[in-house]
Design a protein. Structure first.
Length: 352
């Protein structure tokens, strides 16, 4: 019995020693891990106060500064065509001549009647002053003169309308009539041609409400096209709408001065670049420094070899940077790499 008792005691002691050694090993390993995790290597970037460079690009279609459809203000047969598609015409140039034979006759008759009525009126005016004519005679002469003058003005306008002219200087983009074509005036007036002025061009684009309030009329923009990828054109904001659309964007119009070298044409696609929309210094940090969500952002700030977790408030994003409203000061070292391995108050070593 005593021998069995000693054996049991020995076994128990052996097991106890084994358990103690196992426990100590775990404790040593845990301690080693703690010691190992006492220092981590991280990369940092300094929070900077600067004016962010924000480049926004939008695509729009170039349109002519002035695009006019020329319609007929007279009726008759086309007798002469003086413009072809692609021609450049100065304002006032005749592009189509309509038969004017009857209009000339009407004009000559109206002119003769006007000149006669004018002389009769002037003679009657002299007679009235010398009391050689009555008021009734004078009034009749005056009425005849006024009516003749009106008829003369109408006849002159109708004759002039047989010469269809371009109201603006520009290029003829289409011509819809030829010699012999019949043109009409009135509600169903015949369209004669289209002319565009591309000395200046414009592009309409929509910009976000945030950026709309940072822009103003007169601001310069840069314009590029796929046709001339190496050419840059200067544009100016001509207008910004005071009313947003359903998507909360605001229409703006860009004016572009065309040039003889590598000229732009209406219908081309253009890319508009808006830069430096912000003109004040902001505290900026790299976007990868943010820990957690953008709703509850935090960053690790390293000071004296310790990483401290800070709550921050952020503003707008500018390319790869984020504006910090509070929580970080200029010059602070914020962790941009290795932050997923550390916790608040961990010892860290900065690596380049």
């Amino acid at each position: 019995m005593k021998k069995s008792k000693y054996i049991i005691i020995a076994v128990v002691m052996f097991v106890a020693v084994i358990l103690l050694l196992f426990y100590n090993k775990k404790k040593i390993q845990a301690q080693s891990k703690i010691e190992y995790r006492e220092k981590f290597y991280v990369s940092v970037a300094k929070a900077e106060s600067k004016i962010p460079t924000e480049n926004i690009s939008l695509v729009g279609t170039i349109t002519a500064n002035n695009d006019v459809n020329i319609i007929s203000e007279t009726s008759g047969r086309v007798t002469q065509v003086l413009a072809n598609v692609g021609d450049y015409k100065q304002a006032g140039s005749v592009i189509v001549q309509v038969d004017d034979e009857l209009k000339k006759a009407a004009y000559s008759s109206a002119l003769a009647n006007y000149e006669k009525s004018k002389k009769d009126f002037e003679r009657m005016q002299s007679l009235l002053e010398s009391k050689s004519a009555s008021d009734v005679q004078f009034d009749a002469a005056k009425l005849a003169y006024v009516n003749a003058e009106s008829q003369f003005i109408i006849a002159k306008r109708q004759l002039n309308d047989t010469k269809i002219t371009t109201p603006i200087s520009g290029y003829i983009t289409s011509r819809l009539v030829d010699v012999g074509s019949y043109v009409a005036s009135g509600p169903n007036a015949t369209m004669i041609a289209n002319v565009v002025d591309i000395s200046k061009l414009k592009v309409k684009v929509n910009i976000s409400e945030k950026d709309a309030f940072l822009l103003k009329s007169g601001d310069n923009v840069e314009v590029t096209t796929d046709v001339y990828p190496d050419a840059k054109y200067l544009g100016k904001i001509a207008s910004i709408s005071s009313k947003g659309d359903e998507a909360h964007t605001y229409p703006i119009e860009i004016s572009i001065q065309n040039r003889q070298e590598k000229p732009l044409k209406a219908g081309m696609f253009a890319r508009i670049y808006f830069s430096s929309l912000v003109n004040s210094h902001l505290i900026l940090i790299p976007r990868e420094a943010i820990v957690g969500s953008i709703r509850t952002p935090q960053v690790f700030v390293v000071k004296d070899g310790t990483a401290r977790l800070r709550d921050i408030s952020v503003g707008n994003q500018y390319d790869t940077f984020v504006e910090v409203i509070n929580g970080v000061n200029e010059g602070d070292d914020v962790v941009i790499s290795g932050q997923n391995l550390i916790q608040n108050n961990f010892k860290v070593e900065i690596v380049k």
